[in-house]
Ligand binder design. Sequence first.
Ligand code: NAP
Length: 302
Amino acid sequence: MSAKLIKGTEIGEQILEEITAEVGKIKEERGIVPGLVTILVGENPASISYVTLKIKTAHRLGFKEVQDSQPVDISEEALLALIEKYNNDDSIHGILVQLPLPKHIDEKKVLNAIDPDKDVDGFHPVNVGRLMIGGDEVKFPPCTPAGIQELIVRSGVETSGAEVVVVGRSNIVGKPIANMMLQKGKGADATVTIVHTRTRNMAEHCKRADILIVAAGVPGLVKPEWIKPGACVIDVGVNRVGEKPSKNDPNKMVAILKGDVDFEAASEIAGFITPVPGGVGPMTITMLMRNTLRSMKFKLGI
Ligand code: NAP
């Protein structure tokens, strides 16, 4: 392997330590800590494990953390009232509603009810608009794209003037990361192309990329010959391709995860590459924590 491995686990840990230090300092000076509430509706096992991880991380950083679990048959009206309660709670700086929600609830209506100044996921239309404007307007960059940008910057990869190709145009990854790389300033100033299922000659676009960001959800989509020698390859894809016995408990099966890039072959050509798992994945929760801290700092005017 010739590419330098971009380890999200290590970079994420470094950022969590920075957040812990800042939280401790603000607490000492002002007696206030960031508050994060996660609202979980029902008992979907995957949602429970995501929420548990978020709450555990918030706790570790010294945040006030609230896990508000609601029954699967909660009415839309009651859920909206709950969000309003947290919108008006001064000790809460970030509100997160774990998706998916049960079918009788309008997800869009619920997400749009979150105060944009507490929308630490960055999905509210107001925050999407702020991200598009860029610069000082941006309050909460969405977590996975923010994590990608942080990995690139902290790995010392030059973005100014770079050709960035993004594979995928979803609202949670492709479109926001393309927009972020296009903005003026540090970690951006790139020339950006987005490719998707209707793109002609996808390989030709990818071959131009100094930074190739792949978020398609198709295992092994990007072939090694599509990669420019020395390029930085960020593989966002997380695909379950099978099962294997767990290292800790051989009687338990765990998922085999693969990215959207043929990792082994690509790492012989790329200059930098993220592994799956352990690349982009750990950055998402880290950035959620950073956004919650940002929210409190905006409120304090610091
Ligand atoms: P998504 O909403 O399904 O969007 C996938 C995008 O990829 C679409 O724009 C689609 O194009 C494009 N695409 C799919 N197949 C393609 C192909 N053969 N050629 C070109 N473009 C193709 O997915 P997402 O939510 O952005 O997630 C993408 C991947 O990232 C998934 O594996 C997901 O699990 C992973 N992910 C990881 C994290 C994390 O690590 N924290 C967070 C979010 C997502 P069209 O628009 O034309 O259909």
